[in-house]
Design a protein around this ligand. Structure first.
Ligand SMILES: CC(C)(C)CCc1c(C(=O)O)[nH]c(=O)[nH]c1=O
Length: 311
């Protein structure tokens, strides 16, 4: 069984990587990902400068997944840009992904300009869950703002660019968003980000699980797998073939990875399960994916990618 994954004429040993925000805040964590069986990595979404983020507890692992309201804690763009620039000169380091999430569209553009002027040769991921003007929904839920953001981004950014999208839940929204995205020379979309503003309640203590936002936070893990698969498949059915898809959300087993690829994902990211198990999760997931493929007599990802059958 061959797990190698092609992605915009880059090849990875396997389709698995971390989801931004999990095990990717420090160079130590990033080095642990490189030392793991993961095919590549993405850095924690960066703002221009260091950010402390929200008060703790701001992440909670739950039986059925996770809830978080981290508040964009990160070491600042220069820290992550320095890391990927240093790594890309080393042999046998895969093409890397750098995530940016300004707290304003202007900050996003300033960061993209800085990356564009650098020698970074990997993929840049623009997190469209970034906040909009107060009182308005996040950029990706404000289609006019999304269009404005991408117009401005592609005017100044000339390296491979992907966007991280929140989940959509309405088929008309898939049509609208895909129509917007198809207007741009995007390298890829990454779907989904956490399912926004869930509320976990602990009945014994009668309390919420996390401190920020009165306990409201983004959901990950088993809770979100069907939503993640739907977003991957809906966009695969609607986007130009030139736009690759990273599937993120709800991966716990090799079978879940298989499902994401069947739905149309070219690469698959792991968040909550990586937070629970640590980087060894990638050795288990690659083995399990390999076993599922062998049982079905598939030899390459292309044998079943985007081959989901309807009834
Ligand atoms: C939600 C934002 C804080 C605007 C972006 C960073 C982010 C966070 C976070 O840093 O709270 N958590 C997520 O699950 N997804 C994200 O994209």
């Amino acid at each position: 069984v061959n797990l190698s994954a092609t992605f915009q004429n880059h090849t990875f040993a396997n389709p698995l990587m971390n989801a931004s925000g999990v095990h990717c805040y420090t160079t130590t964590q990033l080095d642990e990902l490189l030392a793991s069986s993961a095919g590549t990595l993405v850095t924690k979404s960066a703002t221009m400068a260091y950010r402390q983020g929200n008060p703790k507890p701001r992440y909670r692992s739950l039986a059925l997944g996770s809830i978080n309201s981290m508040g964009l804690p990160n070491e600042g763009l220069p820290y992550y840009l320095d890391y990927v620039l240093a790594k890309q000169t080393q042999a046998d380091v895969p093409t890397l992904f750098l995530s940016v999430a300004g707290i304003s569209m202007q900050e996003d553009l300033d960061m993209l300009a800085q990356v564009d002027q650098s020698d970074f040769n990997g993929f840049t991921e623009l997190n469209l869950s970034c906040p909009n003007v107060p009182g308005k929904p996040q950029v990706a839920y404000d289609f006019e703002a999304t269009e404005k953001m991408l117009d401005s981004a592609f005017k100044l950014f000339h390296k491979p660019l992907g966007v991280k999208l929140p989940p959509y839940f309405d088929l008309a929204q898939f049509d609208i968003v895909a129509k917007i995205l198809n207007q741009y020379p995007l390298a890829y979309i990454n779907t989904i980000n956490s399912v926004g503003n869930g509320l976990y309640i602990d009945v014994d203590s009668e309390t919420v699980a996390i401190k920020p936002k009165g306990g409201f936070g983004g959901l990950g893990g088993a809770y979100v797998l069907p939503t993640a698969l739907a977003n991957v498949h809906a966009f695969r059915q609607r986007l130009n073939d030139s736009i690759a898809i990273i599937g993120t959300g709800g991966v716990q087993t090799g079978a879940d990875v298989f499902a994401h690829i069947l739905a149309g994902a070219d690469l698959v990211q792991v968040g909550t399960q990586l937070a629970k198990d640590g980087p060894d999760v990638f050795a288990r997931l690659t083995q399990e994916l390999s076993d599922v493929m062998a049982q079905k007599d598939y030899h390459n990802l292309s044998d079943f990618k985007n081959n989901l059958k309807e009834l």
